[in-house]
Design a protein around this ligand. Structure first.
Ligand code: SF4
Length: 208
């Protein structure tokens, strides 16, 4: 494993966060299934990384109760209920927008479902591709807003101030004129409970 990843895993360990390196998406899927106890409840966040892994469908087809707010055919009320249940599930599966080489994790959220799940669930698994590793926290915040969120707004046709030109205009990106996506920012600097927070670093590019 290259030195940069070893250093990152050591940085996470100092922060009481487990860092796990896997070479590929296939390995990541297997590792996630190994980490989640059978019959557990699982909350998930909207995530391009999780979509590319196909992990939500895989868990739904296995022995887990997945609170999937994006399940086809469910009503808006059912989707909201899934989000609420998911943010207090036994496990919460998500991806970060960026991670610093020093081990700080950055998450942006519109409605707060993702940040709530990370804060409240008994176990949190964060999947992170190599493309999301940056030098420091400043770069992680910059990447999260100016790269990841801008692309997510475009992907979802989200009526934010960056939708038209792909540039962040955070000073004017406010209701009622715009629908801002980066409303909540969560930076994890450390974890209190041993083994609650795990970061799976995948040796490929994943998500935005
Ligand atoms: S603040 Fe608004 S314009 Fe800037 S990245 Fe977030 S959603 Fe886009």
């Amino acid at each position: 494993m290259e030195q940069r990843i070893s250093n990152l895993i050591a940085s996470l360990k100092r922060r009481n966060i487990d860092g796990i390196y896997v070479d590929s998406k296939d390995e990541a899927r297997e590792r996630i299934k190994q980490l989640i106890l059978k019959s557990a409840t699982v909350g998930v966040s909207g995530s391009r990384t999780l979509d590319e892994l196909g992990i939500v469908a895989l868990l739904e087809a296995s022995d887990y109760e997945v609170f999937n707010q994006y399940r086809p055919g469910i009503s808006r009320e059912q989707s909201l209920q899934m989000r609420n249940l998911g943010s207090h599930a036994d496990y919460f599966l998500t991806s970060c927008n960026a991670i610093s080489e020093d081990g700080e994790l950055v998450f942006f959220s519109g409605y707060g479902h993702r940040t709530s799940g990370i804060a409240n669930s008994d176990n949190v698994i964060v999947v992170c591709g190599l493309n999301k590793i940056v030098l420091n926290l400043d770069q992680a915040l910059k990447r999260s807003r100016e790269h990841a969120t801008v692309l997510n707004c475009k992907r979802l046709d989200w009526k934010s101030a960056c939708l038209a030109d792909g540039l962040c205009h955070k000073d004017i990106c406010l209701a009622p004129e715009y629908k801002r996506m980066c409303c909540q920012v969560l930076v994890i600097e450390s974890e209190i409970n041993p083994e609650r927070l795990k970061v799976i670093i995948v040796g490929e590019e994943l998500g935005f």
